[in-house]
Ligand binder design. Structure first.
Ligand code: ARG
Length: 501
């Protein structure tokens, strides 16, 4: 019964993704028209909240839903003040930028108040205390802060723990979240992890070989962060927090979560095979975690397919402009712009382009991330496709153009019906290669917190602390996709060859 309901829900999620894919164009328009406005039902003010949801018990995934202390506090504030909060899971090191650039309205993410951050954002009154603690394998010596200099220390990138260790002790190894640092320590790659006490306790409860050292490194306070000068929202939040504190709601929420602050139980088998089966169950079956992979897979396909189409269309145009300029000396100005475009796109890393498009170009627009990714990868791929097609056009014998023209065909007509079909056939393998690269490149979407296939695997890893199976599954899915793509391309190539005879 539950299998059937799983399948039905997977199908309905597939349908919903397809629908989203078809609507992409419509979304651009609406987003452009409605940017900056707060869309909501019946005029309920809605605020976008950034958080990094691998931080139990403050924010973490239960099934596909983000839950935790921060979420409960927001819900309570929303209920009392008649507002809504829309949660957005983000890479932690992007969270302050997101609120500064107006991408989100506030950060509620177990965020520590620090002097450095105060220069960038405004903080509400603190709503919770915390400590930076040291997690070590059981049996490790009781390190003093200065001892950390001699060992391998892991932290969450961009966290206050990272700042503390970097400024006062040593250069740590930085992970996208605390859970990944802990799994690196479980795999023997680190000697200690510096982390906030509450998630540390959660992770340790889930890893029988770890323990927390009694002495904390630093005392801290958590507060919500807003863009500087957003006084209206700041006042509302402060008033609400004060109320929650006064009537005991805040303490009740925190106490309740701290009480069940541990990952779900998992049985530990003793044989190698038994452990693998257990891990498989925890990684994929339990809590329907396989859905992260399926949903991520669909997002990956959506982005790669739409970006490939955009890349071909734009790349093709650029290639035609460039070769026309090369062959006839016309379109000089356009050609100059195209070359500039190619230089910039090919000269900068795709991650940087993705971040610029997300935070700077679409910074002020409330636009779907899938769309941002499609635009970023489409623009990037176009540059490579353009050069591939241009090399195809240039590889067609010059005599072909002359022959077409001497038959009385126009330049455009010769290009369309004589040169391009031959060029296309010549470049098919190179184009195929470009699509394969594109498909795998989309794995960096996690940088803008898009839940693609790779990120799906990451979320599972952060929940189960198992690196092996989730990474292996993700790799296997990419590999199958690439093999399928290569197979289809080979078929197309064969068919084109047959037509030649
Ligand atoms: N308290 C630390 C900081 O502010 C870590 C917070 C991490 N939060 C999270 N949701 N991952 O830097």
């Amino acid at each position: 019964m539950s299998a059937i309901s799983n399948i039905t829900s997977a199908l309905s999620s597939l349908r919903c993704h397809l629908y989203r894919f078809v609507c992409t164009a419509a979304v651009v328009l609406t987003a452009l028209l409605t940017c900056g406005c707060e869309k909501n039902d019946a005029q309920v003010p809605t605020y976008v909240v950034a958080m990094e949801a691998t931080f139990p018990p403050y924010e973490f995934y239960r099934g596909n839903e983000i839950v935790g202390i921060d979420v409960d506090i927001l819900n309570e504030i929303g209920r009392r003040k008649g507002v809504k909060f829309k949660l957005e899971d983000m890479a932690f090191d992007s969270i302050i930028t997101a609120v500064q650039t107006g991408k989100v309205d506030l950060v509620v993410s177990g965020l520590t108040v620090t002097e450095d951050r105060k220069r960038m954002v405004d903080f509400t009154r603190p709503y919770s205390g915390a400590r930076q603690v040291i997690i070590v394998p059981k049996g490790a010596p009781e390190y003093k802060p200065e001892d950390l200099r001699k060992i391998r220390v892991g932290v969450q990138h961009g966290s206050s723990g990272d700042a503390y260790v970097t400024e006062n002790i040593c250069e740590p190894e930085r992970f996208t979240n605390g859970a990944l640092a802990v799994s690196a320590m479980n795999a023997g790659k680190l000697d200690a992890v510096v982390l906030d006490n509450a998630p540390a306790e959660n992770h340790v409860a889930g890893s029988p070989n770890l323990t927390i050292l009694p002495n904390a490194l630093a005392e801290e306070e958590y507060a919500m962060a807003l863009r500087k000068g957003n006084t209206q929202l700041l006042n509302m939040l402060n008033a609400a927090l004060m109320e929650l504190e006064a009537d005991g709601t805040l303490k009740a929420i925190i106490d309740r979560h701290m009480r069940d602050n541990k990952p779900e139980e998992t049985a530990v088998a003793d044989s190698m095979m038994g452990r693998l089966v257990d891990d498989f169950k925890t990684d994929f079956i339990k809590n329907n975690r396989w859905k992260y992979l399926i949903d991520g897979f669909i997002v990956t396909i959506e982005i790669a397919a739409a970006a490939a189409i955009m890349g071909i269309a734009l790349g093709f145009l650029i290639a035609v402009v460039r070769s026309t300029a090369d062959l006839t000396g016309r379109l000089r100005v356009l050609d100059w712009f195209c070359r500039l475009y190619l230089t910039v796109v090919r000269g900068t890393p795709i991650v940087v382009q993705l971040l610029i498009i997300y935070f700077v170009i679409f910074g002020a627009f409330d636009i779907s991330k899938v769309l941002v990714a499609i635009v970023a990868f489409g623009l990037n791929s176009a540059a490579y496709v353009a050069e591939i097609i241009r090399s195809g056009i240039m590889s067609v014998d010059r005599g072909q153009m002359e022959a077409g023209r001497s038959l009385g065909l126009s330049y455009g007509c010769t290009m369309r019906s004589v040169i391009l079909p031959q060029a296309f056939k010549n470049v098919l393998p190179a184009l195929g290669n470009e699509f394969i690269v594109l498909l795998k490149e989309t794995s960096i979407c996690g940088y803008i917190a898009l839940q693609d296939l790779t990120k799906g695997g990451d979320i599972i890893r952060s929940q189960t602390y198992d690196a092996f199976l989730p990474l292996f599954a993700v790799a296997l899915i990419y590999l199958s996709l690439v093999m399928l793509l290569s197979h289809l391309l080979k078929k197309l190539e064969l068919r084109l060859k047959k037509n030649e005879r």
